[in-house]
Design a protein around this ligand. Sequence first.
Ligand SMILES: NC(=O)N[C@@H](CC(=O)O)C(=O)O
Length: 434
Amino acid sequence: MGETTTDLLITGATRVGGLADEGGDLLVRDGVLLDPAEAGRDGSRELVRIDADGLLAVPGLVDLHCHLREPGREDAETVATGAAAAARGGFTAVLAMANTVPVTDTAEAARHVRALGEQAGLGAVVPIGAVSKGLDGQELAELGLMARTGVRVFSDDGHCVSDARLMRRALEYVRAFDGVIAQHAQDPRLAGPDACCHEGEVSGRLGLAGWPAAAESTIIARDVQLAALTRSRLHVCHVSTAESVEVLRWAKQRYPQADITAEVTPHHLLLTTDLLAGYDPTFKVNPPLRPAEDVEAVRAALADGTIDAVATDHAPHARHDKEHAFADAAFGMVGLETALGVVVETMVRTGLADWERVVEATSTTPARIARLTDQGRRLAVGAPATLTLVDPTARAVVDAADTRSLSRNNPWHGRELPDPVVATVAAGRLTYRR
Ligand SMILES: NC(=O)N[C@@H](CC(=O)O)C(=O)O
């Protein structure tokens, strides 16, 4: 962050992250946290104050998994609008999935996404590199060249790396530069090409083709063993079933030499497959919404650390891709602006997790998985001024039209949820203020 002439003084916040003893005032200058006693000492600097009495100050949120659609589908989202939605959601860094047009499968494509994020200036936009060229699951993409531009997370998300040999080679390859393979675990051979929801009682009643839960957990069972074999880093995207949780719990114990992590989305923490009864394609998502037993299992897994992190899988879609008969509509739902609210609703209000665990799951741990050294840091003097101010009690009714995203495929529309994010500061810059 460059030199500025304005300081930001945040007063009265409660810091989460074992630092309450350092007091609630925070002084931000040139992208760094300073001793608040310095505030106002240098008369040449302007001082902007934020009264944060009653608020929590947490390290800025980091999203391991979102779709920003640029290049190629700027009608659904751009890096700038996605970054604005992220800032409003309390995020100071987001990782942008590779399934753009063209795919982020070269060093140049990765540099382009990063540069678009820098232009937007609303927090870090970090490219995820494709595992396979064109996401076609056949040949490895330029993993090493992308790594040289700073890419550490590789994923074919939207597609499973279903070929076990390619998956093994990808895991072996990324070890050289401490990369991680983020897998969309779903065996494409276990369901037909028409699968559009969870296979079970609801899909049977509605006459829709489904994916069995086993399509997810069987791939995870394979991949954790490949991670152990290669002593590499595996991250499992959007875990959605009870069996997947059981496999992960076993694998983390069984293979301490492997570095296995997993994420869950906000929507899989709260929404169930019953919502499909009205055939509303807003609720069509991949992996699909599951029965209540699965929702309960992923919540418990997030609480006990079997699932390490929350990631949004923000998947904006233009109206003309989403407003179709259920079977024909695009998969995905937006989620950046509501993510923390859903986590508070499902984990904090239920007593399953405290704010320390929320900070771990939404900031510290995702930053570590993505190797972002200037994110997820304790809010202490000398650390990067990258933080989110949170009102732990505020609630609001979600309005899909009230958004910084270009898309409206919002499954929370009309629902009352916690509305915690009051302000976001990314590398010293106020990127959102309510
Ligand atoms: N998560 C989704 O439902 N959609 C994702 C990709 C995908 O996983 O299909 C998208 O890019 O739209």
